[in-house]
Design a protein around this ligand. Structure first.
Ligand SMILES: [Zn+2]
Length: 222
């Protein structure tokens, strides 16, 4: 039995990471494993690591890296992940990345590739900050990229009321990006130093990003 490929997808809010992960699941038979889903499933299954996580969570504590790694190890041994996995939300720190490397090495595996979806921060802030939707039908618009054909009237339904999410503003978008970079920089350095980092321009369309990901993931799952 070949061991599953392990992929890590890194990308800031708004880069379309979730969409790309779903497309990779369909295209390559990969399974995305988010930390939250892993924990919930292990608790529900009542595995030893799941029970350990449950008692920590019930006491309001944070589940330790050791427990998360034990749960991940169990999960990687299940039969549905033979094509490979995309890790989501773990590792978050360089220390966790080291621990993950050790865990995988113990099973003759490794992180095959860490893919960073790179964005132009200022363009991303403009993109997020300009978003609004029709209050009636939910059609999405943008101050500069996609205005209704008639100002103030929804193209789809003719509605004249629009709404903006309170957190779709430049300050919030900038803060989210800064937090992302601060959190991710050590991970990017870790995977670069291990020679498995790939970067992709994530400012293009969903199809453009998918096309750029394709050859990288093809190599990783071989
Ligand atoms: Zn509408």
């Amino acid at each position: 039995m070949t061991s599953p490929a392990v992929l890590i997808l890194l990308g800031p809010p708004g880069a379309g990471k979730g969409t790309q992960a779903r497309m990779l699941e369909e295209r390559f038979g990969l399974i995305q494993l988010s930390t939250g889903d892993l924990l919930r499933a292990a608790v529900a299954a009542g595995t030893p690591a799941g029970m350990a996580a449950k008692s920590v969570m019930e006491s309001g504590g944070l589940v330790s890296d050791d427990i998360v790694l034990a749960i991940l190890k169990d999960r990687l041994g299940e039969p549905d992940v033979t094509a490979g996995v995309i890790l989501d939300g773990f590792p978050r720190t360089a220390g966790q990345a080291e621990a993950l490397d050790d865990l995988l090495a113990g099973a003759g595996q490794k992180v095959n590739v860490a893919i960073s979806l790179e964005v132009d921060d200022e363009a991303m802030i403009d993109r997020v900050a300009g978003r609004y939707t029709c209050a009636a039908c939910g059609e999405g618009y943008h101050d500069t990229n996609k205005r209704p054909q008639r100002d103030g009237t929804c193209d789809k339904c003719g509605g004249t009321a629009f709404k903006r999410r309170a957190d779709d503003n430049a300050d919030t978008a900038r803060a989210r990006l800064e937090a992302y970079h601060a959190q991710t920089a050590p991970l990017i350095a870790h995977y670069r130093s291990h020679g498995v980092l790939e970067t992709i321009d994530a400012m293009g369309s969903i199809a453009d990003i998918a096309a750029a990901l394709d050859p990288i993931v093809t190599r990783a799952v071989q």
